[in-house]
Design a protein around this ligand. Structure first.
Ligand SMILES: Nc1ncnc2c1ncn2[C@@H]1O[C@H](COP(=O)(O)OP(=O)(O)O)[C@@H](O)[C@H]1O
Ligand SMILES: [Mg+2]
Length: 235
């Protein structure tokens, strides 16, 4: 198992958000997380990345407990987060943004840049442009590209499709599947569009009010009536 999260509790101040959340990711697996707004998906990724301290529970990554490690140590171990809202340096160029993602692996900057540009040729075209001048889709590519610059073994993407046109989203999905195929990188994809989430993933977890309320193989969830009714608006 690449990632084993057990009984995770977390919140803000004294307000509890995550309630005994357990999630596993196997080597090479794409795991989707979906659930309504405010159900704790981003909070979960923040705790995994080390940006928010959990109240309790364990996070085992590559056989090591990481819940007390600082974020940069987790990046070094191979976790990378493409955060919600993309968190780019809008006044810096595309290439400078990508370089910011490579601080753990300075020796391989050039190689990694080439690798990211191979997946996202439009970022190469725009490498000297300001990140703030990119379209929404290109900004999402930059956010994912920057995460790839640290050579992750687990790529976590918060809100893959938010605000993007369907054609852009299907390209992004194709590229992610290609990255997985070529490099065997595991992924956690948080995605509101449930049909998309289930199409691109091997397994999925459904969050509701900070709890895991359902989980299973994505192809099984796609066929499940309760999922269809609640999340796919199919009657
Ligand atoms: N920085 C924060 N401070 C206080 N409460 C927060 C903060 N971020 C999120 N929350 C609350 O935590 C809950 C879960 O939010 P979030 O993890 O962002 O959900 P999701 O990503 O599933 O939409 C929500 O009730 C939200 O209002
Ligand atoms: Mg969120």
């Amino acid at each position: 198992m690449l990632l084993e999260v057990s009984d995770l509790n977390a919140g803000y101040g004294d307000v509890q958000v995550l309630k005994s959340v357990s999630v596993n990711v196997r080597e090479g697996e794409v795991v989707a997380i979906f659930g309504s707004n405010g159900s704790g998906k981003s909070t979960f990724l923040k705790v995994l990345a080390g940006l928010l301290k959990p109240w309790g529970g364990t996070i085992r990554f590559r056989g090591r407990n990481v819940e007390d490690l600082p974020p940069e140590e987790r990046v070094r171990m191979g976790m990378a987060l493409a955060a919600e809202g993309r968190r780019l340096f809008l006044g810096m160029s595309v290439e400078e943004n990508l370089m910011m993602g490579s601080w753990t692996d300075r020796g391989r900057v050039k190689e990694n840049l080439e690798r990211v540009y191979t997946y996202f040729p439009e970022l190469y075209e725009k490498r000297k442009d300001l990140a703030g001048d990119l379209s929404g889709g290109q900004q999402q590519m930059l956010s994912i590209g920057r995460a790839l610059m640290s050579n992750p073994v687990l790529l976590m993407i918060d809100e893959l499709s938010l605000g993007l046109a369907p054609a852009v989203v299907s390209r992004l999905a194709e590229i992610l599947l290609r990255i997985r195929e070529e490099e065997g990188i595991s992924m956690i994809v948080v995605e509101q569009e449930v049909s998309l989430a289930l199409e691109i993933s091997d397994r999925a977890y459904v969050f509701d009010l900070g709890e895991v309320v359902d989980e299973g193989r994505s192809e099984d969830l796609l066929r499940r009536d309760s999922i269809k009714k609640t999340y796919l608006s199919v009657l």
